[in-house]
Design a binder for this molecule. Sequence first.
Ligand code: FMN
Length: 319
Amino acid sequence: MTTRVTELLGIEYPIIQGGMAWVAEHHLAAAVSNAGGFGLIGAASAPAEVVREEIRKAKELTDKPFGVNIMLLSPHADEVAKVVAEEGVKAVTTGAGNPEKYMELWKAAGIKVIPVVASVALARRMAKYGADAVIAEGMESGGHIGSQTTMTLVPQVVDAVDIPVIAAGGIGDGRGFAAAMMLGAEAVQIGTRFVVAKESIVHQNYKDRVIKAKDIDSEVTGTTTGHPVRSLRNKMTREYVKLEKSGASFEELEYLTLGSLRSAVMEGDVITGTVMAGQIAGLIKKEQSCLEMIEEIMTEAGKLLNTNRQVCDIHGGKV
Ligand code: FMN
């Protein structure tokens, strides 16, 4: 399938794997890129040299294009921005801020810049500053979220900017992919489903929790601090919400989640750790390779989009 995003990134399928903190390391990113999608290394708060090492390891596993997700609030953001330019990845996706100050550096290095946005206003601003595309991420997503749903945000962003829009949040299969295309997106970004990929280094307890999750199993913490995060309900989220209701300070709340994503991902602590995952977790039933996931999504979406075209033809383009 060809869209402006497949052309921009030099990939076969318009499927991007979200740059997930702790989860999206070189094995996962390379596996997604080898399967024809676009893999991302999640730099999160990692020091620049760790990110450099991750990029080099991914290059050993794939000769296909891949990128890095940079959390702009990271204390290492400036150095990481330089490292990606030096190592020369295909694209950078950015979250938690405005990447404007790095644009010149990245553009000079031939790197495509794709910010994650949760509003039309931010999408417009990013387009004005020279972004090559934007990822419109709805609040169904796992991890840090905005307040708009994917269904409402994507078409409004599509209408507001001329650059390609990538839909993220709540997409887990070919139906979600096809729906995103109908909303005007030219690619999708998937996080939660790739957490359970065979190539994902995430602890088995975490994968099992995602696979067993029901539709209503995710919870949003941090609404009172202005940094809402979606993860699967457990002892930690229950305590967090209780503390928020009692008016606890930002510091108290921070203390509860310090290192908690790392302990869930690396040590399998799914009780007091943060099991970040989106509302689509209820749809995810098994571990598969990245290739199996991408082929399944594309085959299902292909049939749906083709049927839609046939229906359109029957009705002379008027459905
Ligand atoms: N997005 C970022 O931009 N930076 C991150 O560090 C980040 N960490 C995440 C960690 C986890 C475990 C998950 C599930 C998501 C994370 N995200 C992050 C969001 C994903 O990149 C992606 O946009 C999102 O998962 C898409 O929605 P979905 O979970 O419904 O597929």
